[in-house]
Design a binder for this molecule. Structure first.
Ligand SMILES: Cc1cc2nc3c(=O)[nH]c(=O)nc-3n(C[C@H](O)[C@H](O)[C@H](O)COP(=O)(O)OP(=O)(O)OC[C@H]3O[C@@H](n4cnc5c(N)ncnc54)[C@H](O)[C@@H]3O)c2cc1C
Length: 435
């Protein structure tokens, strides 16, 4: 069994000024509801169960400190638009449902951030999607046609606008959509953990080792405690299979990011662009770039089949070198600006692009296989799992079930270990002009 590990390399988490402590769990304990995993899914689920049923005792438990997992190490886009695959495959009615669900998640996060004054660089910045050359432009044109079909608002940028926002003339075309948000993910996750309702107990650095069904519910085992509960919510994403559920259906894929030191005033002037924006590549295998509110540039690219779930440290120097090239190609005027952090993080894909949401077995509510876009989708999934667990039937819950599916079976691991890297290598080669 593999547990999540923290590598002390994730810039978002390492930059946090004060991180609260939650007392560990010892001995035999009992809760009405246990939520395993403190990412987008788990934090939203725990909060919502507690809001729905203030007398319910809830345990939110994570193997790491909350904020150290994938939900605290992503690029910080809370995306409103359906995933490209969904834009391509679904009819307009379903796309509208996904959009509405994502907006519900964004509103929910915004409400918590405002109510509890969570300091997480939350910003209504929208999202840029950009192409470097002809290959990227082809993808961008296709994306534009999908946005048009679904009636979404967007705007094309001209060369001058791209230069004045991004601080580089590296890009040949870009589109801006307005609905999404940006944030500092580890700060958001810490804020969510720190402001849980009174009936939620938060426990960290405590992996669940085993889940057993009993006559009245479940017994969960940790190194120092045994927990009884009536119902279980799994927000464990790629690790769900390690607990014995959804085996051979989740493909863990790792991607990597590097973050610079904050730009000095002189470097900012040479940069020449704006603060607080984020750009995803038109060609999926390209590079995500973010400029934070606190003057740090972030480069994200590279994929790896994460059969081992966690980040192998030996890979990071090579990743940093690739990121350095991406950075200097875009910002030759900032060659002396160092990277302070380089990290990897894994999320889950499926063979048929489906995200799982629902009551997997009686009393076990699960959302997993996030397709690498879990900020909005994970949040709404957590909220709706909580409603489902509390017996609250709503139109939103029906919509959530309608837009989800069951990830298909994957080939045996031995085949994946050959086939997935090969496919990723080919994609990287084909997209090298967009990196
Ligand atoms: C570099 C990178 C960039 C990304 N950028 C974006 C982005 O900009 N926007 C976006 O929407 N998505 C992005 N993603 C994807 C996004 O981070 C994920 O979709 C999202 O975090 C999934 O949330 P989750 O709650 O389902 O799972 P996770 O965040 O993976 O949470 C699962 C939690 O379960 C805990 N856990 C697992 N097993 C156990 C156990 N046995 N016992 C106790 N606890 C356990 C883990 O420690 C973890 O904290 C990115 C991912 C990466 C890696």
């Amino acid at each position: 069994m593999v547990f999540p590990e923290y590598d002390a390399q994730c810039g978002w988490y390492e930059m946090l000024e004060a991180v609260s402590e939650f007392a560990p769990l010892q001995g035999n304990t009992q809760f009405d509801t246990v939520v395993i995993g403190g990412g987008f899914v788990g934090t939203a689920a725990a909060r919502r169960v507690a809001e729905n049923q203030p007398d319910n005792s809830v345990l939110l438990i994570d193997a790491l400190k909350i904020g150290q997992g994938a939900s605290g190490r992503n690029s910080g886009f809370v995306i409103d638009q359906p995933h490209k695959r969904e834009l391509e495959q679904y009819d307009n009615r379903l796309k509208q449902k996904i959009l509405n669900l994502n907006y519900t998640a964004i509103d929910y996060l915004a409400q918590q951030i405002e109510r509890y004054e969570i300091d997480c660089q939350w910003s209504h910045a929208g999202k840029y999607q950009a192409a470097v050359g002809a290959r990227g432009e082809k993808f961008l044109n296709h994306y534009e046609s999908l946005l048009k079909q679904s009636g979404s608002e967007y705007r094309r940028l001209n060369k001058q606008e791209m230069q004045s926002v991004f601080g580089t003339d590296y890009y040949s075309a870009a589109i801006h959509t307005t609905g999404g948000m940006l944030m500092q993910p580890a700060a958001l996750m810490r804020g969510m953990a720190d402001t849980m309702p009174d009936n939620v107990r938060v426990v960290e650095n405590t992996p669940i080792l085993e889940v057993l069904r009993t006559a009245s519910g479940f017994t969960l085992t940790t190194h120092n405690a045994r927990i009884q509960c009536n119902r279980l919510i799994l927000g464990t994403n790629i690790f769900t299979s390690e607990l014995g559920f959804m085996r051979n259906r989740i493909l863990p894929v790792m991607t990597f990011a590097s973050m610079t030191a904050p730009l000095t005033d002189a470097q900012l002037a040479r940069f020449g662009g704006q603060l607080d924006w984020g750009l995803t590549p038109a060609d999926h295998a390209g590079t995500t770039v973010r400029m934070t509110q606190d003057r740090r540039l972030i480069i994200r690219n590279g994929y790896r089949y994460a059969h081992d779930f966690n980040t192998p440290q030996a890979l990071l120097p090579k990743v940093r070198k690739n990121h350095r090239k991406g950075f200097e190609d875009r910002y030759p005027q900032l060659k002396e600006v160092p990277f302070e952090y380089t990290w990897g993080g894994a999320s889950g894909l499926s063979g048929n692009f489906e995200t799982y949401f629902g009551e997997l077995e009686q009393g076990i509510f699960v959302s997993c296989c996030d397709q690498s876009v879990g900020a909005a989708r994970g949040t709404i999934s957590g909220m709706m799992l909580a409603d489902m667990a509390c017996g609250k039937r709503t139109q939103r819950l029906s919509d959530m079930l309608e837009v989800s599916g069951k990830p298909s079976w994957l080939p045996p691991k031995a085949l994946l270990r050959v086939g997935v890297p090969l496919r990723m290598g080919i994609a990287r080669l084909a997209s090298r002009s967009e990196l």
